[in-house]
Design a protein around this ligand. Sequence first.
Ligand code: NDP
Ligand code: OXD
Length: 309
Amino acid sequence: MSIVVICPGRKVDYWIDALKETDPEVEVLTHEQVRENGSVIYALAWDQPPGIFSRYPNLRCVSSLGAGADHLVRDPDIPDQADIVRIIDPRLSDDLFEFSLAVVMNRLRSLTRYKVKQLEKKWEKKLYNRIEDLSIGIMGTGVIGGHVAEKLCSLGFSVNGWSRSGDRPGSYCKYAGKEEMEAFLENTDILICILPLTDSTKGILNKENLMKLPEKSYLVNLGRGGHLVDNDLIELLDSGHLSGASLDVFHFEPLPEDHPFWEHPGIDITPHVASITDPSKVAPQIIENYHRVKKGIRPKNTVSKEKGY
Ligand code: NDP
Ligand code: OXD
């Protein structure tokens, strides 16, 4: 029995080395190395090519290499009997918090603007906001978003969190479901999307919803590119309703060279780096899940195929 690692364009060796170091007895192969397709019971995948899972008739579990598993939930070739699992790791949550904090502080103190002014050799002071001045709204307060919300609260930010159920623990102000979305948005100056991409969250960052934010609000999208309606963002930036946006995720990654986001002065772009899974940190949970699955026990950190996250 073996594990196959499928992640075209990524450094697959780090994954294979980390898994073998955790358990040298387990056979871990790239999909090019697999000789007996029937022996593969566990797959690790990111950006998998279409149709790849149909090669492995005995798959019992497919794991994302990251926290998001939308690329797996929408793959029609994962057999019904196989569980989908994702990575849950405190390091991922901490890294995403640190990234969010950096973006928020950049916004409060206009650091990107000063870099632009520096290149123009312009000495132009601008009033700044303090932590207590603006309220932050986190869309999606699950494992990562809930952590970000709590950490921002502990630094003195006023934080609102919006989720499907509203029943996760936390001291931030909670809003739940479609009914409370409007109130959540109306009370948010910096909106940070940390939602999973599902049928119900696709396109949620659209004109109608973003117009409910107060004038001059700022958008941060750390969820998935599919949450955002790109043209709506450009329209709202150009009209001045939004004062800027920081985007880490895109419909197509890498962001195509001719995409208008690249040259928009109101948009800061990062290449999906808000938090990056460290193979050595998460190999133990993958190996543990592999052994569970091998023994016929359900793996941990499963994704609901119905809910999509
Ligand atoms: P979780 O599954 O733990 O949490 C998801 C949260 O979203 C929950 O609070 C859930 O509500 C809420 N949610 C889901 N659907 C809806 C809906 N229709 N309406 C309102 N709220 C909804 O996920 P994680 O926190 O672990 O990760 C979230 C996402 O962050 C990932 O799926 C990935 O896309 C993104 N990510 C991005 C990274 C980056 O580098 N840019 C890195 C890591 C993750 P409820 O609490 O009721 O279940
Ligand atoms: C993600 C991740 O889900 O990088 O985006 O973990």
